[in-house]
Design a protein around this ligand. Structure first.
Ligand code: FUL
Length: 480
């Protein structure tokens, strides 16, 4: 009998628990694929522009460069990967082929490649060396394969699309392992016959996905991620990861710069912004620019206007003519890493008591924001799209950066928010007023000392917030 009662009690408890279970909010609008979420979590990747331009000093090679110009004296992709890893990048994207058409791998459909160069007696393969080095360091490997080709004689005719598809195949068919990102730049100049190429984008995309179904494809119109609309490292202060692409194509037919920079509210596709910018004035290495590597302050500012504005940062660090990342760039990257670690080491909101004006129910409490688990978040009830969350800090804290994260697997929904700090008089004072959050938003504020912070949010659907942080940046002078 006793035994029977116990079982009944347990069953009752289980039933109660079942009743208390609350369903998560419905996804809102366009949502990311699991690969796009993983990609966004990478936050910072390294771009490596390398090829004939590294030896000629040109930005856009002419395509007529002799192959023997490509002859790095000490190429060491292991060094690139070690520097990238130490700097905190999660992947490297290399210009396998830039507009001059020279291929850094022995592309079987081209006679303008490393195989025709004196480097390693024509037996070298930069993509092989870099993909192996990335694997050794636990970095992801990606490629830029320029559709525009100033060397290929077919360029400007339908045959070129066949050549380009075969070119893509020889990069993506598995010989270099998994490719996390394919970069399609939009430049589309004239071919040798004076004609512009009509690109077969659907076929290009199919080709990549056939071999690399997980690959994120970059272009002005996605489909994996979008260009941010400038090369200065600045995503929109308002930045939706959604974009409308109907009627647009990469290159000359790209969406307006404003859309690329800020996304489109309620846009039909999930095309998050990728901010590509060079650590040097040019995309390729030049001896004359060794003293023009961006300063620590500039790099930190770029970090805030890219990663801090719901974008991934793709920072170009071009290897030099030896085939190494130059000391000037490498040491600046180490300063950058050190500064980021210092600024973001201590989340001054850790240990805060979190209270929200609305909670969806069991499993969605406000304290989820601070639990460090990406997939647990605070959510509000259906119909509740405006709410405030208050952080009672573990004592008085001084900060000048506020970090917020939305749970993007369910879409991007916050449309505006304000941040307030409680003054010594008990009065709330607004310290920031902004629009979007997305995957990650870092808001600069004045230097504030307080023990209570409140965030007031307005969204298009129930709120889903999974991260909050307060940090003190004593290093950069960044403000908005
Ligand atoms: C552009 C190119 O024209 C530049 O040379 C550079 O590679 C940049 C990242 O993409 O489309």
């Amino acid at each position: 009998m006793r035994h029977y009662l116990d079982l009944a009690a347990v069953a009752g408890l289980l039933a109660l628990a079942g009743c208390g279970k609350v369903a998560p909010p419905e996804p809102y609008g366009a949502t990311p694929s699991p690969q796009q979420v993983e990609w966004q979590k990478m936050e910072m990747n390294m771009f490596a522009h390398f090829g004939p331009n590294t030896f000629t000093g040109l930005e856009w090679g002419l395509g007529t460069e002799a192959e023997d110009i490509f002859n790095p004296t000490a190429l060491d992709c292991g060094q690139w990967a070690k520097v990238a890893k130490a700097a905190g990048f999660k992947g490297i994207i290399i210009t396998g082929k830039h507009h001059d058409g020279f291929c850094l791998w022995p592309n079987p459909v081209s006679v303008h490649t490393v195989a025709q160069s004196p480097w390693k007696d024509g037996k070298g393969d930069v993509l092989k060396e870099l993909s192996d080095a990335c694997a050794t360091e636990g970095l992801k490997f990606g490629v830029y394969v320029s559709p525009w080709d100033r060397n290929d004689p077919h360029y400007g005719t339908p045959e070129y699309n066949d050549v380009y598809v075969k070119t893509l195949e020889s990069v993506h068919d598995g010989r270099y392992g998994t490719v996390f990102e394919q970069w399609f730049d939009g430049a589309n100049g004239e071919g040798p016959n004076g004609k512009k190429q009509v690109y077969d984008w659907p076929r290009f995309h199919e080709t990549v996905l056939k071999y690399q179904p997980q690959a994120i494809m970059f272009s002005d119109t996605g489909p994996g991620c979008r260009w941010v609309g400038n090369e200065s490292g600045v995503a929109g202060r308002t930045n939706w990861s959604t974009l409308n692409i109907k009627g647009f194509t990469p290159g000359a037919g790209a969406p307006p710069r404003e859309s690329l920079n800020c996304g489109d509210v309620h846009g039909a596709c999930w095309h998050p912004a990728e901010t590509d910018v060079s650590i040097r004035p040019g995309w390729f290495w030049r001896e004359s620019e060794n003293d023009k590597v961006k300063s620590l302050n500039q790099l930190l500012s770029i970090y805030y206007t890219s990663v801090g504005r719901n974008s991934l940062l793709l920072l170009n660090v071009p290897p030099d003519s030896r085939g190494l990342i130059h000391e000037a760039d490498a040491s600046r990257l180490m300063e950058f890493r050190k500064a980021l670690d210092e600024i973001f080491k201590d989340n001054l909101a850790d240990g805060a008591k979190v209270k929200a004006t609305d909670v969806r129910g069991r499993g969605f409490s406000a304290s989820n924001i601070m639990d460090g688990n990406y997939d647990s978040y605070w959510a509000t009830k259906d119909g509740i799209t405006e709410a405030s969350v208050t952080f009672d800090l573990a004592g008085e804290k001084t900060f000048n950066r506020v970090l917020l994260q939305e749970y993007i697997p369910l879409g991007q929904r916050v449309n505006s928010f304000t941040i307030e700090a409680e003054g010594p008089d008990g009065q709330w004072k607004e310290i920031a007023s902004e629009t979007t959050i997305g995957y990650k938003r870092i808001v600069p504020t004045e230097k504030v000392t307080t023990s209570r912070v409140r965030v007031n949010l307005v969204a298009f659907a129930p709120l889903t917030i999974n991260g909050f942080g307060l940090y003190m940046d004593n290093i950069s002078d960044y403000s908005e």
